[in-house]
Design a protein around this ligand. Structure first.
Ligand SMILES: Cc1cc2nc3c(=O)[nH]c(=O)nc-3n(C[C@H](O)[C@H](O)[C@H](O)COP(=O)(O)OP(=O)(O)OC[C@H]3O[C@@H](n4cnc5c(N)ncnc54)[C@H](O)[C@@H]3O)c2cc1C
Length: 357
């Protein structure tokens, strides 16, 4: 186990925010985690689990011990008449896993192509894009409890997946001695995911109900696209719409799309007939957060070097580079100003998607 001190984190976060980790340890396998927990000083220290850093905002130097997950490996576990079960190490790059499964002839992940970050972080916010979420392709995961060192396996139900949400985003709810209510299962900051298994169902069925994909079908005349065609289309669409973090720092969508009751939605539509909204199966209505932000006039606006992306108001970007770039404080000040103006105009509190460290 190599313990690195005073490590620059700018290369390890997609916002390219300048910050340092007091202590950083690269986790290459399960034994590395056990070695950390066997060291009395490291075991007692608070910890932060880092994947690819594409969904975090660093607001200063990181004092907790950073465990940078670099567990590799991917393999086919099972090929049954109903599904391919694929397992990958938490440190594998998500997009490369998607491309690799396709190349092997195991489709199913193509709609989630080009989502940055690692396999281990994918369950944390139940990543999703173009009509498919991780939970739709999830089999199980292995993790290590950073307090006890115990290894455990969770299935989809135990992960508590929701829209950009899971048990890994919630602090444990304390037990209530008065009522006898047991503590809730929250694993934020407590579990280090080591391996993820995915279920790719057979027969493969395309998921196409998105305007961008329908437009590609109309433009190309392709009626029954292959998994590879969908993968290629999605990569093209995403490259055109989203800023490449290698060029301009960002963390993708900065806010979740809020859901409101039909009554609330009707009230907003009465005032804002053009509002972009989608009816959900459970009767609630999802509103496009980017539209709300744009309607408040934020597109292209900035605070310091933190700015709202000109082409997509849902994305906050770092306009500068290095020491001249945005600080996490500037990003969060901008985010709070956006929240306030959207709340004042629509009565909706936008919830940030990235984890603030
Ligand atoms: C340009 C761009 C586009 C994006 N598009 C999408 C999109 O379409 N859909 C979408 O859902 N997301 C999207 N994102 C967000 C991001 O890609 C995902 O949230 C991704 O899963 C983050 O992975 P990461 O490895 O970078 O996680 P990090 O940013 O390193 O960590 C995120 C959180 O997960 C925790 N974590 C990381 N690894 C582990 C582990 N092994 N065990 C336990 N906890 C862990 C961290 O502690 C932190 O709380 C986008 C981001 C960018 C920059």
């Amino acid at each position: 186990m190599l313990v690195e001190k005073n490590v620059p984190l700018q290369p390890f976060n997609s916002f390219r925010i300048v910050a340092r980790a007091d202590t950083l340890i690269r986790v290459k396998n399960e034994a590395d985690v056990q070695a950390v927990l066997a060291d009395p000083a490291l075991a007692a220290a608070p910890k932060f689990v880092l994947g690819g850093g594409s969904n975090i905002v660093l607001t200063g130097d990181v004092k907790p011990v950073v465990l940078k997950v670099e567990i590799e490996g991917r393999r086919l576990l099972q090929d049954s008449p109903r599904a391919w079960i694929v397992e990958a190490g938490a440190g594998e790059n998500w997009h490369e896993l998607v491309a690799w499964t396709l190349a092997q002839g195991w489709p199913g992940l193509e709609n989630m192509a080009l989502i940055p970050g690692t396999v281990g972080a994918a369950p944390v916010q139940n990543i999703g894009a173009y009509g498919v979420e991780l939970q739709d392709r999830f089999e199980s995961l292995d993790a290590i409890d950073l307090q006890t060192g115990r290894s455990f396996t969770l299935d989809a139900a135990q992960c508590g997946f929701g829209y950009r949400d899971s048990v890994f985003k919630h602090a444990p709810a304390p037990a209530d001695a008065a009522s006898g209510r047991p503590g809730g299962l929250g694993l934020a900051g407590r579990a280090l995911i080591t391996r993820v298994r995915l279920r790719l169902p057979k027969p493969w069925k395309p998921v196409l109900g998105y305007q961008d994909l329908e437009r590609r079908m109309a433009d190309t005349g392709v009626v029954e696209p292959t998994p590879q065609q969908i993968f290629d289309w999605i990569c093209e669409v995403r490259r055109a719409k989203l800023p490449d973090p290698a060029v301009i720092g960002n963390a993708g969508s900065f806010f979740k799309n809020p859901t409101v009751s039909p009554e609330q939605c009707a009230d907003i539509i009465a005032r804002e007939p053009r509002i972009v909204h989608y009816q959900l199966d459970d009767g609630t209505v999802k509103l496009a957060a980017g539209w709300l932000i744009d309607a408040c006039g934020w597109k292209g606006k900035s605070i310091g070097q933190a700015a709202v992306y000109e082409k997509q108001a849902l994305v906050l970007v770092n306009r500068g580079g290095g020491e001249q770039g945005a600080t996490g404080g500037e990003v969060m000040t901008l985010a709070k100003a956006i929240q306030t103006s959207v709340y004042e105009r629509f009565g909706i509190l936008l919830e940030p998607e990235p984890v603030v460290v």
